[in-house]
Design a protein around this ligand. Structure first.
Ligand SMILES: [Zn+2]
Ligand SMILES: [Zn+2]
Ligand SMILES: [Zn+2]
Length: 142
């Protein structure tokens, strides 16, 4: 992962600084994380890093397509590595749990939108709000 990441950074004219590799490793380990969570993870080994550095590094890593972000619920965006398949996020308004499914299931929807509006929808960029199975079941009871 690191060797490939170093190459990607170089191809885009960026140096593979320790901080960039540190943030990338944290995103990879945490799978889904806000900048604040990434910082907390990094602080376990490197207390010198601050939040604005994490934000700056995430911008670079997104620019070279090593990480991406999604808006799930309120608060900071959630970052993840781009090595996994594209997926949709479903956030429960009751318990806050986030579940995911492959983005491919939204393909008929995306196609309809493209046909009708010529609009290319990025369904992975925002989370979908709703109720998880358990919370929906609780709510239905009188
Ligand atoms: Zn995700
Ligand atoms: Zn965004
Ligand atoms: Zn729930």
């Amino acid at each position: 992962m690191t060797a490939a990441a170093v190459q990607v950074l170089h191809e885009h004219g960026y140096r593979a600084t320790p901080q960039r590799l540190l943030v990338l490793a944290a995103v990879g380990e945490l799978r889904h994380a806000t900048p604040e969570q990434i910082l907390a993870h990094i602080h376990q080994t490197s207390p010198g890093v601050n939040l604005s550095t994490v934000y700056r590094v995430l911008e670079v890593l997104e620019d070279v397509d090593l990480v991406t972000h999604a808006h799930i619920g309120s608060g900071s965006a959630t970052y993840h590595a781009t090595d996994g398949p594209a997926h949709l996020h479903f956030r429960c308004g009751g318990c806050g749990r986030v579940q995911s499914l492959p983005a491919i299931i939204a393909e008929p929807f995306v196609q309809q939108v493209r046909e009708r509006l010529g609009f290319h929808a990025d369904v992975t960029h925002a989370g979908i709000d709703g109720r998880c199975r358990e919370c929906a079941a609780t709510q239905e009871q009188p």
